[in-house]
Ligand binder design. Structure first.
Ligand SMILES: N[C@@H](CCC(=O)N[C@@H](CS)C(=O)NCC(=O)O)C(=O)O
Length: 237
């Protein structure tokens, strides 16, 4: 597979919300490869309301993030990360050998289809955007989902038993896909914690946050549950 090589870029625009995990995956990658970006729920200077007509034009399922690069708009985090990697990072963040690459793609797919949902949508998000009556946190619901979330943590811990990063000895797109969710999980209060004190995830998160760009993105979320964009995000999970 040929590498496409580094292009120069003035600035890309990420349509998203700063606390959204997938938005953060794209933001994190831009920070790591030094691509300048803006981030807002807007397109061409027009505000976008979550799920509105404009939003659906850019993403048929009205999800975030969406990347704007000149005339190109692209949705779905995996596709966006691939595009940025090939266009602005010489493809360095995925292996080139077919099996090494396929294993990395396998992990990205496991994360985006199962692991991240078990950790965030079906567990941690409830604390930030509770869906109980009168805005109460559904603790019982979280407890019912806890064993699936713990299984998801174990999957990622197994990967870390092999290497310092999630799919090899250096950063890869797998780390981008996982880090925002794993960071949020590390902030859970003790009574709802998913990580044991000895989890290798603590060391991993400490290591990656030594990178100034990673530290900038991996910060506690500032979520206002009464904000309409956040409420719409919560309503879909
Ligand atoms: N498959 C999408 C998932 C993105 C996603 O679920 N984004 C969440 C925010 S982290 C979202 O847009 N939620 C709003 C909704 O589901 O309506 C991707 O990989 O980008």
């Amino acid at each position: 597979m040929s590498r496409i090589g580094i292009r120069t870029v003035n600035k890309v625009h990420i349509i998203g919300l700063p606390f959204s995990t997938y938005t953060r995956s794209v933001q994190l990658f831009c920070e790591l490869i030094g691509v300048n970006y803006t981030l807002a729920m807007s397109h061409a200077d027009k505000a976008i309301e979550m799920h509105d007509k404009h939003h659906r034009k850019l993403h048929p399922m009205a999800k975030i993030p969406i990347l704007i690069d000149g005339d190109t708009h692209l949705c779905e985090t995996t596709a966006i990360l691939h595009y940025l990697n090939d266009s602005y990072a010489s493809g360095e963040f995925l292996k080139l050998d077919p099996i090494g690459r396929a294993h990395q793609l396998e992990r990205m797919s496991l994360l985006s289809h199962y692991v991240n949902n078990a950790l965030i949508r079906d567990y941690a998000l409830e604390l930030a955007l509770p869906k109980g009556k009168g805005g109460e946190v559904r603790v019982q619901w979280m407890m019912e989902n806890k064993s699936a979330a713990l299984d998801a943590v174990k999957i990622v811990e197994t990967w870390l038993a092999e290497n310092q990063f999630l799919a090899g000895s250096t950063w890869s797109l797998v780390d981008m896909m996982a880090l925002p969710s794993l960071y949020y999980v590390s902030l859970l209060p003790r009574e709802l914690a998913l990580l044991t004190p000895h989890s290798p995830l603590h060391q991993y998160l400490n290591n990656v946050r030594k990178h100034s760009g990673a530290k900038k993105v991996l910060q506690p979320a500032n979520i206002n549950a009464s904000d309409s964009q956040s409420a719409k995000l919560a309503s879909q999970g």
